[in-house]
Design a protein around this ligand. Structure first.
Ligand code: PLP
Length: 412
């Protein structure tokens, strides 16, 4: 915002997403590829995103701000498209960790506050100041760089102070909070201290330590209150904090995993009723082969038929982000075992399901079909991987199709 101006930048965004524009630099959305159906796709249910948001909202105090965390390409769901939806759902702000993520959002016309949850480098200051990005600060070098940019462009910039209460990643020490804020107020007049926050180390499992972190943060806030230095927005809770520590919601919650309907881990089932994942990975049967006893199916010796068999090739492999170690897919509402894999396909054994599987049938790799569901948590459990980590592995060549329930799915 300009110096002296209050509130947020007014965006110039259009209502519809321009799918021709390659916002993410991730896939060439050239004219020739428009309208082509791919053999596989990630189908993203925006109605479910709306539902997850409203369920979470009902579980936080009215008036608590809601930050949607969209780092990592919105946990693999597509930064811009998810940003449009969370803005439409009136989330209060968006959290990211890379300056390029923040700038892509502004370029796409997103006008709600964007808050950086990781440090920036001094040479990025001009960009974040110009595009009204809110910065986490814990370091005087960044304060200086931000002030210089503000002077250069006649701007002010919002900052949130990061406090380290035990994660030992970023942040100033709790005892330094008063001095740090006083220093900003004294030396860096164009920096507006809007927020203060901390982050939990292990809110899912370590109750004792989380309580200690909350106590340390409360002490900081009380001290600042006394000195009349408390910033307007205090925040601490990510998904685990939102679900397990209502007293740590403070003035804002920072919602990542559960926004996308992902469980925090596979051991505890913490999602609230009605919350579900947004993304289904679909593919098709591209070929059915007969394999005689003692013959092979696919590369190497991974599958040697112990009986006369039928196998099917599915059009999604590790080139699409399908992980070796996933056990089953769904075809015709049945769980079918995966027996081999390659870059462009996985092979399943359909001997026991011969009449039920046909070439070009739909295959669900992650998601629901009939009465069966393969969840992200189940698939990731087999490969000892977090679901948010696995979502980052789905590659750019898998088209993302966005839909609202009841709407016909369009390709993009
Ligand atoms: C990623 C992140 C979040 C969101 O965490 P989830 O567990 O995915 O909800 C919140 N705060 C910070 C600082 C983060 O880096």
């Amino acid at each position: 915002m300009l110096k002296g101006e209050k509130g947020i930048m007014k965006g110039i965004r259009e209502d519809r997403i321009d799918f021709n524009k390659d916002y993410l630099g991730e896939s060439a959305r050239l004219t020739f590829t428009q309208g082509v159906t791919e053999v596989n796709s990630a189908e993203i249910n925006l109605s479910q995103l709306q539902r997850n948001i409203s369920i979470i909202r009902r579980n936080i105090k009215p008036g608590t701000q809601f930050m949607a965390v969209l780092k990592g390409n919105a946990y693999g769901h597509g930064l811009i498209q998810i940003a449009y939806e969370v803005e439409r759902c009136r989330c209060d702000s968006i959290g990211v960790v890379r300056v390029t993520e923040a700038l892509k959002l502004r370029e796409a016309g997103i006008s709600i506050p964007i808050i950086m949850l990781a440090p920036i480098m001094p040479e990025q200051a001009d960009y974040v100041v110009n595009y009204d990005v809110t910065i986490s600060v814990d370091n005087e070098c960044i304060l200086k760089a931000l002030q210089e940019s503000c002077d250069k462009y006649n701007k002010v910039v919002n900052v949130h102070i990061k406090v380290n209460t035990g994660l030992n990643r970023y942040g100033i020490e709790p005892k330094d909070a008063c001095d740090f804020i006083n220093m900003i107020k004294g030396k860096y007049p164009s920096l507006i201290v809007e927020g203060i926050y901390t982050h939990f180390r292990d809110a899912e499992f370590d109750n004792v330590f989380t309580e200690l972190q909350i106590e340390r943060f409360n002490n900081v806030l009380n001290k600042l209150e006394k000195e009349k230095l408390r910033p307007q927005i205090a925040h601490a809770a990510g998904s685990a904090g939102i679900l397990l520590y209502p007293k740590a919601h403070y003035d804002m919650v920072r919602c990542g995993l559960i926004l996308y309907g992902l469980e925090l881990n596979e051991e505890q089932k913490l999602l609230l009723p009605g919350m579900r994942s947004l993304m289904t990975i679909k593919s098709r049967v591209v070929k059915i082969e007969e394999v005689k006893k003692d013959d092979f199916g696919g590369y190497g010796n991974r599958f040697k038929a112990s009986r006369n068999s039928f196998i099917a090739v599915i059009g999604a492999g590790y080139g699409d982000g399908i992980s070796r170690g996933w056990k089953e897919v769904l075809i015709s509402g049945r769980r079918i075992p995966i027996i081999n894999y390659c870059m462009d396909g996985i092979i399943v054994d359909i001997t026991d399901f011969k009449g039920e599987v046909n070439e070009f049938d739909e295959v669900i790799i992650i998601g629901k079909q009939g009465d069966e569901t393969i969840t992200w948590e189940e698939a990731c459990y087999h490969i000892k991987c977090f679901s948010d980590e696995q979502l980052q592995r789905i590659t750019a060549r898998v088209p993302k199709n966005y839909f609202y329930e009841g709407e016909v799915i369009k390709n993009n």
